[in-house]
Design a protein around this ligand. Structure first.
Ligand code: UDP
Length: 452
């Protein structure tokens, strides 16, 4: 495919949770297919340092990290509220991005020819229109969750006054099995006026203005929702799963996780991780530890040192041969290791997607945001995992869930189902697969070769 010699893509990243990393992955895929395009990656200094430290300079020669103001006043004293840094950042945007964009254009002497942003940034619709360039939005989660935000007004008016959390969203294509209680906070429950809720609402309204919506998913995972999104948006491009489409060239494993896994029987190990932000409450951590010990399951647990309670110390000593607890794992490689039989997860989208790519059934303990939706998809729609009785970790409930996945007919079926989904994912990123075709279209849009 012919790509123009000139072009400057401004990439606008959301610097919290696991958002900037998948956007950088997509940027790297685009930049290696179009080495003559220039990419400026606008993100907070802290997040840029983190995501660029994980890749080698040779892998991002035409991508320049550019730091934007994080919105935290110099004399700011944090109150300890978990969303404080996020809300300060939201308050600083779009001004911080606009300022940095001016700098980038002045410093490089090249104007912006495309905006590629985290889809959270609704304001990019007007920014791109003013610049006369395409706006490509990346939704880093599932097609189902972006659909929820597109239908927020319909959900609010249809479900007004409905108290029953089990009420389904059967009035939206592809959501017959999704319940009111699965919705992220800020759609019908929680503080609808909170800055984060407002951002998601505005995003849903702005999405039809996007030249293209890209997603880290594949069409075959949710055909009904993908079809519906296509009927509403200008262009919908599932280009994932990223971990299969562009597997990392190298990884670090300072704690020797893979060596440890290699010493275990196939499908015998429980892998535990709750993503980059959260830690389950102390009582649940303890119940989980008790269940692993009682069930005598070998386990690999990604647990930050700050989350290790003194109550867990005795458990860690007693189980030092049964399990391995480390602050960080090379999760992609862990889930690809044949010894892993179950992933105990918070059901963050990246984790779910990586578990599908590895063919590992899950036990889901969702906490917030899109995690309840993802868990519903995993457990009830795709049937590739189990939930917990009562929704939280108790010793008996966790033991039961482990038994289901490891030793029941239902668990066997889950393993089969996830094998089928994995095969579809592999096909999607294969030579003539749907994600590969969509990526080629995306490349044309980003490099200015597509009519918009
Ligand atoms: N991750 C990892 N090693 C760990 C824990 C997490 O590599 O020990 C990565 C994991 O592979 C995934 C991301 O962190 O890509 C977590 O993303 P997810 O969307 O699941 O959760 P979030 O961090 O956004 O809550």
């Amino acid at each position: 495919m012919q790509v123009p010699n000139e072009g400057h893509v401004a990439v606008l990243a959301f610097p919290f949770g696991t958002h900037a990393a998948p956007l950088l992955t997509l940027t790297r895929c685009l930049s290696s297919s179009a080495p003559n395009l220039r990419f400026s990656f606008l993100n907070s200094a802290k997040s840029n340092a983190k995501v660029f430290s994980k890749i080698k300079p040779d892998d991002y020669r035409n991508i320049k990290p550019c730091n934007v103001d994080n919105g935290i006043p110099e004399d700011h004293v944090f109150s300890g509220h978990p969303l404080e840094a996020v809300e300060l950042f939201l308050r600083a945007m779009p001004r911080n991005f606009e300022n940095e964009l001016k700098e980038v254009v002045a410093n490089t002497g090249t104007k912006i020819t495309c905006l590629l942003t985290d889809s959270f940034f609704w304001f990019a619709a007007d920014m791109a229109a003013e610049m006369g360039v395409p706006w490509v939005a990346l939704w880093t989660a599932s097609p189902c969750s972006v659909s929820v935000h597109m239908y927020t007004d319909v959900i609010r008016s249809t479900m007004k006054g409905i108290e029953n959390g089990d009420q389904t969203l059967d009035f939206i294509p592809g959501m017959n099995t999704i319940c009111a209680k699965d919705l992220p906070e800020g759609v019908i429950h929680g503080n609808l006026d909170a800055p984060f809720s407002q951002m998601l609402h505005k995003m849903g309204l702005a999405m039809p203005k996007a030249t293209a919506l890209a997603m880290n998913a594949f069409e075959e995972i949710d055909p009904t929702i993908t079809k519906d999104l296509k009927s509403k948006l200008k262009m919908v491009l599932n280009v994932g799963p990223f971990d299969l489409a562009s597997p990392p060239k190298s990884y670090s494993d300072d704690s020797g996780c893979i060596r440890w896994l290699d010493c275990h029987e196939p499908a015998s190990v429980a892998y535990l991780s709750f993503g980059t932000i959260l830690t389950p409450p102390p009582n649940e951590l303890i119940a989980l530890a008790q269940a692993l010990e009682a069930q005598k399951v070998p386990f690999l647990w990604s647990l930050r040192d700050t989350s290790k309670l003194h109550l867990l110390e005795a458990f860690l000593q007693r189980t030092s041969t049964q399990g391995k607890v480390v602050p960080w794992t090379p999760q992609l490689q862990v889930l690809e290791n044949s010894s892993v039989g179950v992933f105990i997860t918070h059901a963050g989208w990246n984790s779910v997607s990586e578990s599908i790519a590895g063919g590992v059934p899950m036990i889901c303990r969702p906490f917030f945001a899109d995690q309840m939706l993802n868990s519903r998809l995993v457990v009830d729609i795709w049937q590739i995992g189990a939930s917990l009785e009562g929704g939280t970790f108790t010793k008996s409930g966790t033991m039961r869930a482990l038994e289901i996945v490891f030793s029941s007919e239902k668990g066997k079926k889950m393993k089969e189902n996830i094998g089928v989904l994995k095969a579809k994912a592999k096909m999607a990123v294969g030579e003539n697969g749907s994600s590969t075709k969509n990526f080629k279209t995306l490349l044309k849009v980003v490099s200015g070769c597509e009519e918009i």
